[in-house]
Design a protein around this ligand. Structure first.
Ligand code: ADP
Ligand code: NI
Length: 217
């Protein structure tokens, strides 16, 4: 198995699978998460091959991408298994993919997770924050025909993974329900530093949004 050849092949497979993806998990999301991961890796001793594989494959079986009720991890696993990748590597990559999502990690013991997990989870979460995060939230809401905002509803916050999946208000509520929580959930120092700036930017956006909503600005 030549690592570079495997990565190249998987890139092509993922690109194909995520084309025409309208819920914010397109190929450009993968590219951005990859750049975030590389940056975080500069100050973390993580295995880059495992990080790269997990980033590339983390969304191919996402329930939003495959348009099913539940995530299907066999999509990523099948792709990995056709590449002659050592069994332990497949296991390590699959651990990351299975446990990194926001709803799942509400129930995951983070202190037991390997470095690579911390890197990939932070890299993905950073892409849900800041200007890109704002754009993705409203793109996602649009794909589900959700309103930008609905002042008659209240943001529902929950630490329970099952209940979290059922939340569904407006795109602006997503900030309280998830995006404003991410800053304090980062695993690595590098990501925490970047998250602080992106968090501030989102706060300012929501304040401005609500002022405009009330016709105050
Ligand atoms: P990721 O691929 O970063 O793990 P998700 O699968 O949770 O993210 O969601 C993809 C994007 O859509 C993210 O930017 C996320 O914040 C946004 N998103 C998810 N659920 C909602 C929602 N209910 N309302 C608005 N945006 C959402
Ligand atoms: Ni993602």
């Amino acid at each position: 198995m030549k690592k570079a050849t495997v990565i190249k092949h998987i890139e092509e497979v993922v690109k194909r699978r995520l084309s025409s993806e309208g819920t914010g998990h397109d190929w450009w999301h993968i590219q951005r998460v990859r750049r975030n991961a590389r940056l975080i890796c500069k100050s973390e001793k993580a295995d880059l091959f495992i990080v790269d594989l997990a980033v590339l494959l983390h969304d191919v079986g996402d329930r939003k991408v495959i348009q099913q009720e539940e995530d299907d991890y066999s999509v990523a696993e099948t792709i990995l298994k056709t590449q002659g990748i050592p069994h332990e590597v497949v296991q390590q990559v699959m651990f990351i993919i299975k446990n990194m999502s926001f709803s799942k990690s509400l129930n995951t013991r983070k202190d037991l997770a390997p470095k690579e997990f911390h890197v990939v989870q932070d890299a993905d979460r950073l892409d849900a924050m800041g200007a890109i995060g704002i754009a993705r939230a409203f793109a996602y809401g649009g794909s589900k025909a959700r309103p930008l905002y609905d002042p008659t509803k209240k943001a529902k916050t929950t630490r329970n993974a099952k209940a979290y999946k059922k939340l569904g208000s407006s795109s602006l509520h997503h900030f309280e329900e998830k995006l404003f929580l991410l800053k304090d959930l980062m695993n690595t120092r590098t990501a925490r530093r970047i998250a602080i700036g992106r968090h501030r930017y989102m706060r300012a956006f929501v304040t401005q949004f609500l002022s405009e909503w009330d016709g105050k600005r």
